[in-house]
Design a protein around this ligand. Structure first.
Ligand code: HEC
Ligand code: HEC
Length: 212
């Protein structure tokens, strides 16, 4: 009797975990068509830089593997409008329609999520990530990006996956937020987060986050 109910419990817990996973993945993918997105990504040469599985081969180029489609769509719109500036990506995004963006976003969102190798886990980076620094008004990164940096959606805001993101890319973004060269986050939240981070703190955060 006891054994049967233990098995039943295990089976239901496993079933729940699988459902949650599928639900998380479908939230990441959104409404686009991943099959068409794959063709568009090939045709648009996106995967030449971002990788067919969404993992880039160059630490300056971001991974898209498992990234929220809604976040990718927002960035592509921001490249088109000039709210986010980058020489290459402005050109790459130029001719994409809203449907193309949703489909390509869905394709990358559906790949196995990016993961680091855990090698950057040191005190300074972990502490800032988990606790922030209330004295300087720095909120915990984990509070928005999730405890493993795997992102989420709350209301209209999409918190991108950053855990396992490429390190040179992450450093560039944090420096750009700090200097105000990137300023497309809702309410300027990322500029406020980054403005008082020292170079050492940025380095420690990059090591920690890229390893998640
Ligand atoms: C020649 C290389 C190259 C190609 C081709 C390319 N990208 Fe990019 N992409 C980059 C680089 C480099 C960045 C980082 C920009 C920055 O540092 O702000 C980037 C950034 C992005 C971002 C922002 C990601 C984030 O995490 O904020 C999106 C979305 C994106 N690319 C989508 C695409 C799509 C869709 C295509 C195809 C239509 C494409 N890219 C083609 C190099 C490329
Ligand atoms: C209050 C919520 C919030 C907090 C706290 C927060 N972030 Fe963010 N972050 C965001 C949002 C929202 C975005 C997406 C901005 C956009 O849409 O362009 C973002 C974007 C980013 C990006 C760009 C990702 C990419 O692919 O280009 C990085 C890197 C980042 N955050 C790192 C951090 C770090 C490190 C911390 C802690 C020091 C932190 N964030 C704390 C909300 C937050």
């Amino acid at each position: 009797m006891l054994i049967v109910s233990t098995f039943a419990l295990l089976a239901s817990v496993k079933g729940m975990a699988a459902e949650e996973n599928a639900e998380t993945v479908s939230r990441r993918i959104g409404r686009g068509n991943p099959g068409i997105g794959q063709q568009q990504s090939e045709a648009g040469r996106c995967e030449g830089c971002h990788g067919a599985d969404g993992n880039s081969s160059d630490a300056k180029i971001p991974n898209h593997a498992g990234q929220y489609a809604a976040y990718l769509i927002k960035q592509l719109g921001d490249f088109q409008s000039g709210a986010r500036k980058h020489e290459i990506m402005t050109i790459m995004a130029e001719d994409l329609s809203t449907t193309d963006m949703a489909d390509i976003g869905a394709y990358f969102a559906g790949r196995n999520i990016m993961n680091g190798d855990g090698s950057g886990d040191r005190q300074l980076g972990r502490n800032l990530f988990v606790n922030g620094d209330p004295a300087r008004g720095i909120l915990p990164c984990a509070g928005c990006h999730g405890e493993n940096g795997k992102g989420g959606i709350a209301g209209n805001v999409v918190y991108p996956v950053i855990g396992g993101q490429r390190n040179v890319y992450l450093r560039a973004q944090l420096v750009n937020w700090k200097l105000g060269e990137r300023s497309n986050s809702p309410g300027g939240v990322m500029n406020a987060e980054a403005k008082s981070l020292s170079d050492d703190e940025i380095e420690a955060l990059v090591d920690y986050i890229s390893g998640l």
